[in-house]
Write a protein that binds this ligand. Structure first.
Ligand code: FE2
Ligand code: FE2
Length: 140
């Protein structure tokens, strides 16, 4: 496990928290497989499947937030979207690298050293401000 769900920062909009929790679940599953791969317990195909599921989930996560920001004219939308786009660019490079080299170690170190620290910081800053703004318009 890369991070327990309880350690994830929470924001003012429950639907965003749900999306984050799901993402952590999918990321932890991928991370688990990467550790098992090191022990020879799973195959490259297993990693491939979990990695693609993770990529799809990140795209869903970002686009779901962007849709709400657009709908309610969030003032810092371009800034928030800029952070999402930066990470989507990194993931695109990672995916290209994966298709070419099939090296699970690269995915593992990206999750540990870049994605997770970025995600926590992003939730504490951009997502927190965005959720606070949106909570004035969206009733749950
Ligand atoms: Fe988010
Ligand atoms: Fe976000």
């Amino acid at each position: 496990m890369l991070i327990p769900i309880e350690q994830l920062p929470r924001v003012a909009l429950e639907r965003m928290n749900k999306v984050h929790e799901k993402e952590i679940e999918i990321m932890n599953e991928l991370y688990q497989l990467l550790q098992e791969y090191e022990k020879g317990e799973v195959s490259i195909e297993d990693i491939d499947r979990a990695f693609n599921e993770f990529l799809e989930d990140v795209k869903y996560h970002f686009s779901s937030e962007q849709e709400m920001m657009e709908q309610y004219n969030f003032f810092a939308y371009p800034m928030h979207r800029g952070e999402h786009d930066m990470v989507l660019g990194q993931l695109q490079n990672l995916q290209k690298n994966w298709e070419k080299n099939k090296n699970p170690e690269i995915i593992k170190s990206y999750l540990e050293n870049q994605f997770l620290p970025w995600l926590i910081n992003h939730i504490q800053t951009m997502d927190t401000v965005t959720a606070h703004f949106l909570s004035h318009f969206i009733r749950e």
